[in-house]
Design a protein around this ligand. Structure first.
Ligand SMILES: [Zn+2]
Length: 86
């Protein structure tokens, strides 16, 4: 998948958050927040979780989400359910 395809999918499904991984301590997901006008989205990656260690989001790109999805290759089924759920 390309970044553009991910973006189109998110617009179609009105997704506002893409989970990356769940915190081993609190179980809350870090991930990408989608924001901005609807569409096009902007994305930011936030590594903060319920533990509150960090509360910071870095601007990121659709391509880096696409890269992550391709690299995880089906191993992170829960994390990318958003791709398949209707
Ligand atoms: Zn946590």
């Amino acid at each position: 998948m390309t970044g553009q395809e991910i973006k189109e999918l998110c617009v179609k499904k009105q997704i506002t958050f893409i989970p990356h991984h769940d915190c081993a301590i609190c179980g809350e997901y870090t991930g990408w927040y989608l924001f901005g006008s609807w569409p096009p989205y902007e994305v930011a990656y936030s590594s903060s979780c319920g533990c509150g260690f960090r509360d910071h989001a870095e601007p990121d790109t659709w391509d880096s989400i696409a890269e992550w999805v391709c690299n995880s290759n089906g191993e992170l089924r829960d994390q990318y359910k958003w791709l398949n759920d209707n």
